[in-house]
Design a binder for this molecule. Sequence first.
Ligand SMILES: CC(C)(COP(=O)(O)OP(=O)(O)OC[C@H]1O[C@@H](n2cnc3c(N)ncnc32)[C@H](O)[C@@H]1OP(=O)(O)O)[C@@H](O)C(=O)NCCC(=O)NCCS
Length: 281
Amino acid sequence: MVVSETLSAAVLDTATGRDAAGALALSDAAGWNQTADDWALFSRHGRVLGRRSANGHLVATAAALPYGDAQGWISMVLVDPAWRHRGLATELLGECIAWLRAAGVTPVLDATPAGEPVYRRLGFQSGMHFERWQADLAAPRQAIASDGNKDAQHIAALDARASGVTRRFLLDDFLARPDTRALTRPDGQGFVLVRAGRRAAQIGPLVAADTGAAIELLEMATQALHGPVFLDAVTRDAALTSWLLAHGFSRQRPFVRMSLGPAAALHGSDSQFLVAGPEFG
Ligand SMILES: CC(C)(COP(=O)(O)OP(=O)(O)OC[C@H]1O[C@@H](n2cnc3c(N)ncnc32)[C@H](O)[C@@H]1OP(=O)(O)O)[C@@H](O)C(=O)NCCC(=O)NCCS
């Protein structure tokens, strides 16, 4: 089953090193939305594990990203089609779990329906559900006057309260990207980020005190966008679902949050309307 005789295990450098292009090629081939900036972030703030073939070609990845001292995300489990069904994803997943546990944090991830039974067998428990929605938006009606940078600390505090994870570095990284836009509520109770993705602009996280405020933020964010857009909406709110359907969004796929032990992020909170993405929670 294990193919280590022809593959070498490696801690990858997807920020500046030789693996940046190979990792992006794997996520591109799977049709995923992560950018080179996202891959760089995983290496800078967490650990990207992989397998290289004898000629140095990257054939499998998985990333572990600690958020504070209690929880850590696992994502980017990708195996080149030619190397599938040989246990590589299972091995890499095990290594991410071991690394996070050694760091004293509970492993958390966002699973697709195909992944859920795999993680359940490993002992992961299911929590909140969310869905990826997509739309192809017409020409923008107005520009976003982004107010994120002056409010970075406030945004990070709202995010931490809503998501149950401490991840200021993630929000700072998003906000530092030239294409990121941030909107905050005048009452100080909510925000939304829009960032560039490889295939579509990604809206999220979105935090608000209630559904009306969440929809107002979404209205403002979508008014300034055109072309393909993704967002990951917590499956809880009928009014938000109706708004998405009425504004040209369609469901792409469901996700379920899972954790291997107690985790504050497992069930989300009432003020969390959009997550940052299944790779970040
Ligand atoms: C899913 C994927 C990572 C599995 O890689 P793999 O190395 O073939 O998996 P393993 O041999 O370790 O896994 C044994 C079984 O568990 C499944 N599995 C393992 N990890 C999985 C995961 N994270 N999600 C879904 N299924 C998974 C595999 O499909 C495999 O079943 P099969 O051999 O009957 O098809 C690979 O098919 C892939 O890269 N797919 C595209 C990207 C993707 O969907 N990643 C998972 C995101 S949650």
